[in-house]
Design a protein around this ligand. Structure first.
Ligand code: NAD
Ligand code: UDP
Ligand code: UDP
Length: 337
């Protein structure tokens, strides 16, 4: 890319920090589901200092309680649509509600978070010379006409639908990332995350794996939205976090798909949860919402080749780990009568 400017010279302070290989890392949205698991992993390295900013819209302090008061950890209540002044080496920019129920609740706020929030984090990265990673989404492929989805597919997205605040918002966020890279020489990384699940998901956040597991534990019917033949591919959260850190510390800007290629229909997922958690539970079909993508499965060739990454945890291994966490939080130990 002949048009890419070279990054600004690091300040003496950054050079000194680099020499000690210490890293100050900002995680926006770090009180959320993926963010809090990412923080756990980053904090394992004693050379890392972690700053979380979060407005607690869908996240909670409870997800970070193990780190509050730790000398290498700071938690700031802050909305990324407002200017932020901190000095960091890395920015993991996750802040944005991910569950359709929450991102549709205030769509204007969702698009502001994606556009103004990402612009602010890029402005911050530019001022301090930090490397920035955006958690984009498989939703940028919309209702995909290419299957499985490769990174060079441009997508099939409704620009004026009820999901657009999220998927078009992330598309603009990706555009901003590449414009700051080309125009200002910023070091960027873009992950396109596919459906992720695991402990600490909001119990009532409306996503399919959390819904089915909570329903099976509570002895309530599993609600398969019609037609039930639509597919998704589910990645366990520890695999996701591993992929994000490899992407950040590797040399490739992305976009790179990070997800588990194991593909299931929603009916198959319901049957699996029923068999594993509560064989007595009913499965019912309910109305779907508009613009629901019919199929989704990542092509992860690029992640394998450039990051040496592939997911390790199969759906049948991940479900019991999530069940244990949900049972604890719901206070229901077993379905056996
Ligand atoms: P989450 O809702 O649990 O976490 C998002 C966090 O961002 C929450 O803590 C929330 O309070 C915070 N937040 C939202 N708006 C904010 C704002 N304006 N300012 C500051 N903080 C704000 O969601 P998650 O599943 O952990 O997703 C994290 C990221 O990964 C998101 O960017 C999401 O788009 C992306 N992603 C997730 C999935 C998935 O399956 N979980 C799939 C694709 C992409
Ligand atoms: N910004 C920020 N923190 C910083 C630097 C910038 O939040 O440390 C915000 C700033 O408020 C601006 C945005 O990032 O709205 C984009 O900044 P940039 O310098 O790229 O653009 P400009 O300020 O020139 O519009
Ligand atoms: N879904 C379902 N039952 C539910 C919640 C969701 O069948 O209780 C379906 C939904 O129609 C979609 C799929 O599960 O086809 C994944 O939905 P989710 O909201 O988890 O994620 P996304 O649509 O963002 O992939």
């Amino acid at each position: 890319h002949a048009t890419v400017k070279s990054p600004p010279e690091p300040s003496p302070l950054r050079k000194a920090r680099f020499f000690q290989a210490n890293m100050r890392i900002l995680v926006t949205g770090g009180a959320g589901f993926i963010g809090s698991h990412l923080v756990d992993k980053l904090m394992e390295n004693e050379k890392n200092e972690v700053i979380v900013v979060d407005n607690y819209f869908t996240g909670s302090k409870d997800n970070l309680k193990q780190w509050i008061g730790h000398p290498r950890f700071e938690l700031i209540r802050h909305d990324v649509t407002e200017t932020l002044l901190v000095e960091v080496d890395r920015i993991y920019h996750l802040a944005c509600p991910a569950s359709p129920i929450f991102y549709k609740y205030n769509p204007v706020k969702t698009i502001k978070t994606n556009v103004i929030g990402t612009l602010n984090m890029l402005g911050l990265a530019k001022r301090v010379g930090a490397r920035i990673l955006l958690t984009s989404t498989s939703e940028v492929y919309g209702d995909p006409l290419v299957h499985p989805q490769t990174e060079d597919y441009w997508g099939n997205v409704n620009p004026i639908g009820v999901r657009s605040c999220y998927d078009e918002g992330k598309r603009v966020a990706e555009t901003l990332m590449f414009d700051y890279h080309r125009q200002h020489g910023l070091e960027i990384r873009i992950a396109r995350i596919f459906n992720t699940y695991g402990p600490r998901m909001n119990i009532d956040d409306g996503r399919v794996v959390s819904n089915f597991i909570a329903q099976a534990i509570r002895d309530e019917p599993l609600t398969v939205q019609l037609p039930g033949t639509q597919t998704r591919s589910f990645c366990y959260v520890s695999d996701m976090v591993d992929g994000l850190i490899r992407l950040m510390e590797g040399d490739n800007t992305g976009p790179i798909n990070i997800g588990n290629p194991g593909e299931f229909t929603m009916l198959e997922l319901a049957e699996t949860v029923k068999e594993m958690i509560n064989p007595e539970v009913k499965i019912v079909t309910v109305e779907n919402t508009p613009d629901d993508p019919r199929q989704r499965k990542p092509d992860i060739t690029k992640a394998k080749e450039t990051l040496g990454w592939e997911p390790k945890i199969k759906l049948r291994e991940g479900i019991p780990l999530m069940e244990e966490d949900f049972r604890q939080r719901l206070g229901i130990s077993t379905n056996k009568k």
